[in-house]
Design a protein around this ligand. Sequence first.
Ligand code: LMR
Length: 395
Amino acid sequence: MFKKIPYASGDPILGLIETYNKDCNTQKVDLGVGVYRDHNGHTPILESVKKAEANILKNEKSKAYVGSHGDPVFAESILGLVLGNHSKVLLANRSSVSQTPGGSGALKLAADFIRAHLPEASIWLPTPTWSNHFSIFAGAGLTLHEYPYVSDENSLDFDSMLLSLKNIPHGDIVLLHACCHNPTGFDLSIEQWGLVRDVILEKGLLPLIDFAYQGFGEGLEPDAYGVRLLADALDELLITSSYSKNFGLYRERTGALIAIASSHNKMQNIRTQLAITARHNYSSPPNHGSAIVAEVLGSQELSALWRHELDGMRARIVQMRHDFVEAMKPYKLNDRFSCVNEQQGMFSYTGLSAEQVLRLREEFSIYMVGSGRANMSGLTKENLSYVAKSVASVI
Ligand code: LMR
């Protein structure tokens, strides 16, 4: 029965991990998958996380299921982080949190929910977007459309984006990246978020906001600007949040789907449906990562330590962006990399072609995603000049 099953080429992002690991070149550089790396190229476990884990190990009393929506203490703590403690959504009790297996699990839960309960709605994704968005939404059976996001000159093409949003049919869903746009790093300004909100209201669209990198752009609060603006303005909203990056909990699969409805009662209806959708998917979510998040956010001391560590990760990436732009200057490429300093978060859209990316991989053992996306935290003081020289040589 298995005879006809064809070979699948690897995932464009996760597949790189394996290829990189097999590469014996001692100068190899990993700018691929979106995990934070420190100045030694390691992905550390945060001290705040280690401390929280020690507390959990000492105090946890059971490993019984947490239920389809997960732990209410986790839910409570992330609502404040995402929406802000004074959100009017929270005052009106209009939001439901479902703890999920990572941000991808939250997207899948949202996708299956949309397919089941909003079958007429198509979803609109920015071009480009995270490659797994396509797989998750198409896999759930949704109809996908794209709206433009980046110009041929490798900058945010906001005019085209807005024009396209204005033409989306009433009742469709629009996927927005809250901050640190993956893969480009180009984010909306405060003014642009306001214009997007106006179109969404005018056209009666349902936004699904992917919030995977809170704290990696400008900080925990500023990165939530767009999410909070829309939560304040709209009756209905879906938010997927991830704690893989900002807590460094990648393999613990820690995320959430936040569903906001126009009233407490309507939210309860949605919540009951989401429980069923989760049950049909993974039954109930993993809890270790979520317990860590709840433990950290529930302690003033651990929270302060975590914020400090998160600030450190962000500052290192900003520094590496700056150093990369400087390192490219001697190659006189007409400032084509100055946009790296304007981009936010872990990734830069370098503007390198698929062919140039392949040459970097094959000739120099420098790994980035085929779209030209580079994880800036993979740069270190040691590999910077090698990367700059190699990049210049493939252009
Ligand atoms: C990425 O974009 O590299 C990360 O979000 C990891 C992943 O699952 O693709």
